[in-house]
Design a binder for this molecule. Structure first.
Ligand code: GLU
Length: 484
């Protein structure tokens, strides 16, 4: 049975590339009826950010990428763990790593290293000066058993390093890159256990993937070069290695790794701006994979039905906000008005309460803007423009509209008809415009632009009848009278 995992470090936010990794792990498990699990790789305590697991689980949940095992959130926002292979936090598995590290030392496949930071720094500096790739020089692997014991007894600070065979090719099949071969000359004798008793990522990942029965390791390609170390560790333990799939990096438009500094790397920032989770998922799934029929709008379930690791792209995927905007506006347009209105309300609340607090106006507003915005935060600008006093007309088209011969008659008719009404609704406005067309023979541009220029100072924009409903009777009369 397929078992996959997403194994982020809790460093504060969910990276777009991380979400893509999670999605692909989720999809292949879903497609094959396997399990997808979430594991927290918190071995680097200096990078730990308080609350980041809660945030991570919440964001993944919003996006509907749901894991079967690992940390979950209860209704009160507290974490609890689910699953038979826990704990799912590496920091809670320290005794497991210690035991296996000891086993490797006993078998001569790893060794204690007592070198000081100063020695390692000097070594690195010397090697760099000589144009060599810095790596540990195996000094402590030559200590005798007695020397090691004496140092341990004296309580000297130490790490445990893996031993590497000299000049040996390590080969593995990668699901995206094909056959990958790296020689041990180009690998460092990796620290497995740190001086603080924590494992390094490289050690913990192997122990955990084995013990959590992971069959497919799908992760970012920055880990490709480390995989030979992992393969060797599997070999040292006599364990079968899982299948590896390294995903090309998600790049920004300048073909650099997408970083939080671009302002476009954290999934939560996009959610906050009003990108819909369905749209985010849809778009991110396309960063390195495509539907067999080339369809660009699809749900997570539709993707799961078609997902296939063989279709993963080898090229780095460029994160294109314009394309995401296109996908998001599609989902915004498709959403029923009443549901969308609830979301729109959260962006207007406190700033544009004339709309937010009035259920009818909120609905008019929502239907007005739903094909005008790419993400929901933009509704505040729409509201601001809609409610603002008419601008001074300067454009040629605007001046022309302001000077329509029919305007005086139009404005008089609007005032007369609107004054009779209690409240402006789409039905009322439709009837008013119809009456003007029929009885005053004012039509087309003269009618719509004529009205719009008086009410907004613009010649184009959202549906003018709905804008009138949103402005309300008094404001509409005030503006038309001012134009007269
Ligand atoms: N903790 C690693 C990361 O955050 C996971 C790498 C892996 O999936 O093995 O990138």
């Amino acid at each position: 049975m397929v078992r996959t995992r997403f194994a982020p470090s809790p460093t504060g936010y969910l990276h777009i590339g991380g979400l893509r990794t999670a999605i692909y792990n989720y999809l292949i498990a879903k497609k094959t009826g396997g399990d997808y699990i979430l594991r927290i790789e918190d071995t680097d305590q200096t990078r730990y950010v308080e609350g980041s697991v809660e945030n991570l689980v919440a964001v993944l949940g919003k996006c509907n990428v749901r894991h079967a095992e690992g940390p979950m959130l209860d209704e009160n926002g507290n974490i609890y763990q689910v699953g038979p292979y826990g704990p799912y936090y590496q920091s809670e598995r320290l005794d497991i790593y210690a035991k296996f590290a000891k086993q490797l030392v006993d078998e001569g496949k790893a060794y204690y290293c007592f070198c000081s930071q100063e020695r390692l720094a000097a070594l690195r500096e010397e090697q760099t000066k000589q144009g060599l790739t810095p790596k540990y020089d195996s000094k402590c692997s030559h200590l005798t058993k007695e020397e090691v014991q004496a140092k341990l007894d004296a309580g000297e600070s130490h790490v445990i390093r893996m031993k590497l065979p000299e000049n040996e090719d390590v080969t593995f099949e990668d699901g995206v890159r094909g056959t990958v071969t790296i020689n041990t000359k180009d690998i460092d004798e990796q620290v497995l256990m740190k001086a603080d008793g924590f494992p390094t990522y490289h050690f913990a990942v192997v122990i955990d993937d084995r013990h959590m029965k992971i069959t497919h390791v799908i992760r970012g390609e920055e880990w490709l070069v480390s995989t030979p170390k992992h393969i060797l560790l599997y070999k040292y333990f006599g364990w079968e290695a899982p299948q590896f799939v390294h995903l090309p990096t998600v790049l920004n438009k300048n073909k650099k790794k997408l970083s939080k500094r671009d302002g476009s790397a954290a999934v939560e920032d996009f959610l906050q701006k009003g990108y819909l989770p369905e749209a985010i998922i849809n778009y991110i799934t396309m960063l390195g994979w495509s539907m067999p029929d080339g369809k660009e709008i699809f749900s997570l379930d539709e993707a799961a039905a078609e997902f296939d690791l063989g279709r993963l792209s080898k090229a780095g995927a460029v994160f294109d906000v314009d394309k995401l905007n296109w996908v998001n506006s599609h989902y915004i347009k498709e959403m029923p008005d009443n549901e969308l209105a609830e979301l729109v309300k959260t962006y207007l609340a406190g700033k544009y309460d004339v709309i937010a607090e009035d259920e009818e106006k909120l609905l008019y507003f929502t239907s007005c803007i739903k094909d005008r915005v790419s993400y929901l935060e933009q509704v505040t600008l729409e509201a601001e423009e809609m409610l603002a006093e008419p601008k001074e007309v300067t454009s040629e088209e605007g001046l022309e509209a302001k000077a329509f011969e029919t305007n005086p008659q139009l404005y008089a008719a609007l005032v007369e008809l609107i004054e009779k009404e209690d409240k402006l609704t789409p039905e009322v406005m439709k009837a008013v415009f119809k009456t003007i067309q029929k009885e005053y023979k004012i039509k087309g541009k003269n009618l719509y632009m004529g009205a719009r220029i008086a009410l907004t100072g613009e010649v184009h924009g959202a549906d003018i009848q709905l804008i009138m409903c949103i402005l309300g009777k008094d404001e509409v009369l005030k503006r038309i009278k001012a134009a007269m």
